[in-house]
Design a protein around this ligand. Structure first.
Ligand SMILES: Nc1nc2c(c(=O)[nH]1)N[C@H]1C(S)=C(S)[C@@H](COP(=O)(O)OP(=O)(O)OC[C@H]3O[C@@H](n4cnc5c(=O)[nH]c(N)nc54)[C@H](O)[C@@H]3O)O[C@H]1N2
Ligand SMILES: Nc1nc2c(c(=O)[nH]1)N[C@H]1C(S)=C(S)[C@@H](COP(=O)(O)OP(=O)(O)OC[C@H]3O[C@@H](n4cnc5c(=O)[nH]c(N)nc54)[C@H](O)[C@@H]3O)O[C@H]1N2
Ligand code: SF4
Ligand SMILES: [Mo]
Length: 720
């Protein structure tokens, strides 16, 4: 007998509604849930094959402890006791900062994971917190904090009313319309607008699938969007094309922007980004004079040394041309819960890093600092690390340096489905629970959907008996370490009491856990249609629940700046922009004439899913894409083996000659080169492709977002 479960995919923010057919405790089919009113339109092969991760032949299904060069399965009691004892020993010897954690992208698709991990970090009292943000969205957090007063205030796109899309460093045809916002089917909806006459401009050094569909493709030089966008702001302000009302009523600092653009020269900026001055003027003028327009920035803009200034200027374009809170522009979605307030409650005290002296961004330090913080002796040196839902050796800069550092730890614990590259030195492997196996209310994303939307993601199947959700692991660790969860004295006693009560009454729901928090969040959330949402209503909408129409007019009240105005010219950004203007026009360093850009693979999720035969049947790996002119000069033909090197690393792979990248730019997809080990069977590791981030130096970073030049490093290419 089969049954059907409706839930949503938690691989990316598109959050596609899915219909899961289950027999016994096995998923036999996953398809799009066409009854989902909001979010099934991006449904893709990754969601369709999600059960292949659940049934991964190399899945870790019980805690595994390293013994010599092998792993053995143990009980949870043994795992928690041993890990807690070793963490406590590290803290006793050297203080709380001896313990650290890195969490990756998937942690964000489980509120309970993030929340209870932070509860455990607060219990420990460590500031050695590292997150995926510094290789993803830190620039946006920094910009939102300074301009809007909250690192999490992310405007959403009103695609269906837009007449002019300026997409900068985004490839929604492949990646779906998501990066701190969720616009399901956003790309298809934008193409539909284009059919109705809207203009689509894509700014990308590569003629991507999205750029191929655009009316205008601006092939910018990698990492130089700041110059392009500053030039556009200049064209708009110098030409009097700004929205006068918003510049005086909504924003503060436009005069300082005017001073900045007066110092910049259009020809100089055009040279820096290598886009013709006429094209810049045309696009800026068309954008500013279009009745309804939006500028959208993504990872292509942020993952560079000037990423924050570029991200900032993308927001500036929207503000000064009156796109905020207007149809076809960018809105604030209040959602069913005040997610900005939730984030404030979960906030961390300020801290600067031990070695580099840099502040936390959105509660975490930068991944590029992690290796030295592990290997440099002194108080605060990390001796024990938990890697939660992440693969930083692949996703971050200079993976070889981090790999070496991880091998030096006294204790490395990985929580994941399988043992990947970043977990190869782990002393403990802890089995995680897949979204098909767990319930999630992603309250933190409530303001990121492009309409008021609530969906409680229910589990489709039960997890393996010994797999555990992260929240449970972190609670168990805090209890075993005898350190107060969330740093709240007495909370541990309360948790223990709730567990005893749950056991005695045989009602597991009485145990303190995320369900309590979820219910509290809903019960204290915003009113919808004049009344509070009841938990039973949440459960009563298995296909997801659109709570009402999209509303405008919430942006200003959402602002967290003291004066309730948008700060368009924060002093830090102005200073950094002036610093960039004072630098010489970028030239490749001697010996490294190419810039290495990045692509995402439709069938991979960052560094994972590329090991699934259902998604990558030929097991094919990486290639380096080279423009025909460059290839001809180097004597490289399609399919040749080539060596790509930088001052910090080198990789060898096949060449693909194509005119997609602009000349001087080569492309290797990120996410490859991560092996999957076999801790249970002991078979050889499986691995496909090469890790292109081995070529990225982690040392120079954007001083504002602390992000390295992930998508604009200089490299050399030679025949192997
Ligand atoms: N050069 C370059 N580098 C980049 C990027 C780029 O564009 N260019 N993109 C960056 C971006 S945007 C991102 S988000 C990062 C990603 O960086 P990371 O988040 O560090 O890496 P992922 O590849 O997403 O690895 C996620 C890991 O979590 C595991 N996992 C999946 N679901 C769960 C779960 O529910 N629980 C647990 N415990 N584990 C789980 C997976 O098996 C996998 O091992 O990479 C960044 N790196
Ligand atoms: N299939 C699939 N979908 C995904 C993911 C995945 O791994 N696979 N990852 C998810 C995650 S975690 C994220 S954060 C989002 C990211 O979503 P997007 O940011 O839209 O991700 P990309 O597809 O990498 O698009 C970035 C584009 O920027 C371009 N680019 C590189 N350097 C520059 C530059 O200097 N300037 C400009 N203007 N463009 C540049 C690249 O060529 C690329 O086309 O996607 C999500 N969706
Ligand atoms: S991975 Fe695919 S199916 Fe899953 S949410 Fe993203 S776009 Fe939708
Ligand atoms: Mo990401």
């Amino acid at each position: 007998m089969s049954r059907t479960v409706h839930t949503f995919c938690r691989y990316c923010l598109a959050a596609c509604g899915v219909e899961v057919t289950v027999e016994g405790n096995r998923v036999v089919k996953i398809s799009a849930d066409k009854q989902n009113p909001h979010s099934w339109q991006d449904f893709c092969a990754k969601g369709r094959t999600a059960h292949q991760v659940v049934e991964h032949p190399r899945r870790i299904v019980a805690p595994m402890k390293r013994v010599g060069d092998r792993y053995v399965e143990t009980s949870w009691d043994e795992a928690i006791d041993d890990i807690a004892a070793r963490l406590n020993a590290a803290i006793d010897a050297d203080g709380p900062d001896a313990v650290g954690a890195y969490y990756g992208n998937p942690a964000g698709y489980s509120s309970s994971n993030l929340m209870f991990m932070n509860g455990w970090l607060d219990a420990v009292g460590t500031f050695n917190r590292y997150a995926v943000g510094s290789v993803d969205q830190n620039a946006m957090h920094v910009v939102a904090e300074k301009m809007y007063g909250s690192a999490l205030l992310a405007p959403v796109s009103d695609v269906d009313n837009c007449d002019f899309f300026l997409l900068i460093g985004a490839n929604p045809a492949v990646s779906a319309w998501n990066w701190l916002e969720s616009v399901p089917g956003g790309w298809r909806r934008a193409l539909a607008r284009q059919q109705q006459g809207a203009t689509l401009v894509v700014v990308d050094p590569l003629r991507t699938e999205s750029a191929g569909k655009a009316d205008v493709h601006v092939a910018v030089r990698p990492g130089q969007d700041w110059a392009l966008l500053l030039a556009m702001v200049k064209v708009i302000l110098d030409g009097g094309l700004e929205h006068r009302g918003d510049c005086s009523d909504l924003a503060v600092g436009v005069d300082r922007l005017r001073t900045l653009v007066a110092e910049a020269d259009l020809d100089d900026l055009a040279m820096r980004c290598d886009v013709a001055r006429t094209q810049i003027v045309d696009v800026a003028t068309a954008f500013a004079t279009s009745p309804r327009a939006m500028a959208v920035t993504r990872t292509g803009v942020s993952l560079h040394l000037a990423g924050t200034v570029a991200e900032w200027l993308g927001h500036v374009l929207n503000v000064i041309t009156g796109r905020m809170d207007r149809p076809g522009g960018r809105r604030f979605e209040p959602g069913y819960v005040d997610a900005l307030r939730l984030a404030e409650l979960a906030g961390t005290k300020p801290h600067t890093s031990r070695l580099r002296g840099r502040p936390l961004v959105a509660g975490a330090h930068a991944l590029s600092e992690l290796p030295d913080e592990i290997t440099t002796p002194g108080r605060g040196q990390i001796r024990a690390l938990i890697v939660n839902s992440g693969n930083p050796v692949i996703s971050g800069p200079d993976g070889a340096k981090l790999d070496h550092a991880l091998s030096q730890l006294d204790l490395l614990v990985a929580i994941d489905f399988v043992q990947r590259e970043s977990h190869r030195h782990a002393h403990w492997l802890l089995p995680a629970v897949h979204w098909l196996e767990r319930d999630d209310l992603l309250a933190f994303t409530s303001s990121l959907h492009d309409e008021p939307y609530l969906h409680y993601g229910v589990r489709a199947v039960d997890p393996p008996a010994q797999a555990r959700q992260e929240w449970r692991i972190f609670v168990d660790l805090a209890l075993a370490m005898n350190r107060p969860l969330f740093g709240v004295p007495g909370l541990n006693r309360f948790v223990r009491a709730s567990r005893r009560l749950a056991r005695l009454t045989r009602r597991p729901g009485l145990e303190f856990g995320p369900r309590w928090v979820d219910r509290l969040i809903v019960a204290t959330g915003r009113k919808v249609n004049g009344r509070r949402i009841r938990w039973r209503d949440v459960l009563g909408h298995p296909h997801g629940w659109v709570l009402g129409p999209r509303e405008f007019g919430h942006f200003r009240e959402a602002l967290r700046t003291p004066d309730k105005l948008v700060h368009v010219a924060p002093p830090e950004f102005l200073a950094r922009a002036r610093e960039l203007l004072a630098e010489p026009v970028p030239q490749p360093p001697s010996g490294y004439p190419f810039q290495l850009a990045n692509r995402r693979n439709r069938h991979s999720m960052n560094s994972w899913l590329n090991d699934l035969p259902g998604l990558h049947p030929s097991g094919k790996g990486s290639e380096v894409v080279i423009h025909p002119d460059d290839a001809a000069r180097l004597g490289i033909r399609d399919g040749d083996r080539v060596r790509v090197s930088s001052p910090v690393g080198a990789v060898e792979l096949g060449a693909s000659v194509s005119d997609q990248p602009r000349p001087g730019v080569v492309v290797i997809d990120h996410g490859w080169g991560s092996r999957v080990f076999d801790p249970r069977g002991g078979a050889d590791p499986q691995g496909y492709g090469v890790n292109r981030n081995l070529l990225v130096d982690g040392d120079p970073v954007d001083p504002l977002s602390q992000t390295a030049a992930l998508n604009s490093s200089y490299v050399a290419v030679t025949r192997a």
